[in-house]
Ligand binder design. Structure first.
Ligand code: IPE
Ligand code: IPE
Ligand code: MG
Length: 261
């Protein structure tokens, strides 16, 4: 008899998603790439609805990477417009539904109008706890680690921290999402099997799941498949299978994970 908890107990607390494949979706239809980004915005809503339904506590979406600034000006401009529209259109309703919205990444690179809307969205939803939605925008995992290193150096320079006290917890606390449990499950759509400079530190023990489905064609059944697959996995965190089975279940955080709650 299996000692594993039933599948329904193994719902990820924190889901991280690389929303990829918008451009190819449009190109396959002989349409401009921006049409794909527009279609992709619908999948964002679907994914949020799914998380609310499933009782997932945190959802982190990769919307725009540090490297994406290098795309053609026209595409970046169109993405910025979509981003601004989404902030204007969606925030209120998300707030009503108990979603706390936050942004991670170099927000000072965005136009002031976007920065203002980001700050307003965070402010108006800060008391919500049903789902923490973190949008990674102008985000890069290496940049996140560099920023944490900078913050540590500053604390040492200010005499608030001694170098010998810098441990994993001290780093984790200065990384983006430092107040959340690390992602349990990572999903990438679009068929590529890579991290593309997403949450490098935070994904250390995350279960990875990839699908050929392009982001604009995402449906609840695909997300369901990812969750079912996750529920079957044995998360060992470096221990033996027997050790991890004797603990509460595969949804637990690593015993040595400094950012675990
Ligand atoms: C993801 O879709 C959205 C962003 C990176 C902004 P892509 O635009 O990367 O789509 P593909 O990978 O080219 O199909
Ligand atoms: C990752 O997708 C970034 C986002 C989805 C926002 P990319 O399309 O930029 O990644 P690469 O270029 O395939 O590595
Ligand atoms: Mg892509």
């Amino acid at each position: 008899m299996s000692t594993s908890p039933p599948a329904q107990d193994r719902i990820p607390r924190h889901l991280a998603v690389i929303m990829d494949g918008n451009g190819r979706w449009a190109e396959r239809r002989k349409r401009p790439r921006v049409i794909g980004h527009r279609a992709g915005a619908r999948s964002v809503n679907l994914c949020i609805d799914f998380c609310l339904d499933q009782g997932i506590e945190a959802l982190t979406l990769f919307a725009f990477s540090s490297e994406n600034w290098g795309r053609p000006e026209e595409e970046v401009g169109a993405l910025m417009k979509l981003f601004l529209n989404a902030l204007e259109r969606e925030v209120e309703e998300l707030g009503r539904r108990g979603v706390r919205i936050r942004f991670i990444g170099e927000r000072e690179r965005f136009a002031p109008a976007i920065q203002d809307k980001m700050a307003a969205a965070e402010m108006s939803t800060r008391g919500n706890r049903r789902l923490t939605l973190s949008i990674a925008a102008s985000y890069g995992g290496r940049q996140d680690i560099a920023a944490a290193a900078r913050a540590l150096a500053q604390d040492v320079a200010d005499g608030k921290l001694r170098p010998q006290d810098i441990d994993e917890a001290a780093v984790a606390a200065r990384m983006a999402l430092g107040d959340l449990p690390p992602p349990d499950l990572f999903i990438r759509t679009g068929g590529d099997h890579r991290i593309s400079n997403f949450l490098l530190w935070q994904l250390a023990y995350t279960e990875l799941w990839f699908t050929e489905t392009l982001w604009p064609e995402l449906d609840a059944a695909t997300l369901r498949r990812a969750l079912d697959d996750y529920a079957q996995r044995e998360r060992r965190f470096g221990l033996t299978g027997a050790q991890s089975l004797s603990r509460t279940g595969s949804g637990m955080a690593a015993p040595s994970d400094p950012s675990a709650e």
